[in-house]
Design a protein around this ligand. Structure first.
Ligand code: ZN
Length: 160
């Protein structure tokens, strides 16, 4: 069965950067299951999987713009410590949810100088080309309910 729109696809993957450092991998856990054609995974990977079948293995390098996007300078801002009302201690590396230009996202504190706090709304992998080594484990048609929800049901989904 080939991967097409509205198929439930299970893959094992290992994600590396250009320095061959492993960023993420499913190998020691459950395969990733996603609904194909719905933007559940990054666009470059979804495109590479299209038309392939269970049992196939491949490696694909995806440019940043088709992964987590280019690094945007304008997403880096210096704000005043006053903006962190109710936060006792601000540290480099702290992350919090906020609305960024592309919608809700994660902001990371990257630098602190006195009362000037530098925050970065880029995804931690923005600007990073990603290489995925993929093995397609299973391909099945999604259920009508999964298609209407836009995601796959199974492990960890409690609204059947
Ligand atoms: Zn659902």
């Amino acid at each position: 069965m080939q991967i097409a729109e509205n198929m439930a696809v299970s893959i094992h993957y290992t994600l590396t950067n250009d320095d061959n450092e492993i960023i993420d991998s499913s190998i020691d856990s459950e395969p990733l299951v996603y609904l194909h054609g719905n933007g559940n995974i990054i666009s470059g990977l979804e495109e590479a999987l299209h038309g392939k079948a269970a049992g196939e293995k491949f490696t694909v390098r995806i440019a940043a713009e088709h992964a987590y996007g280019e690094f945007m300078e304008e997403a880096v801002q210096v704000i005043s410590r006053d903006m962190f009302e109710g936060v006792d201690e601000i540290e480099v590396g702290m992350q919090f949810q906020a609305d960024v230009s592309s919608g809700p996202g994660v902001i990371t504190v990257t630098h602190i100088e006195g009362d000037d706090i530098t925050i970065d709304g880029n995804h931690p992998l923005a600007g990073v080309p990603l290489t995925f080594a993929v093995e397609i484990v299973e391909v099945r048609p999604a259920t009508p309910e999964e298609i209407s929800h836009g995601h796959i049901h199974g492990h960890g989904c409690d609204h059947h």
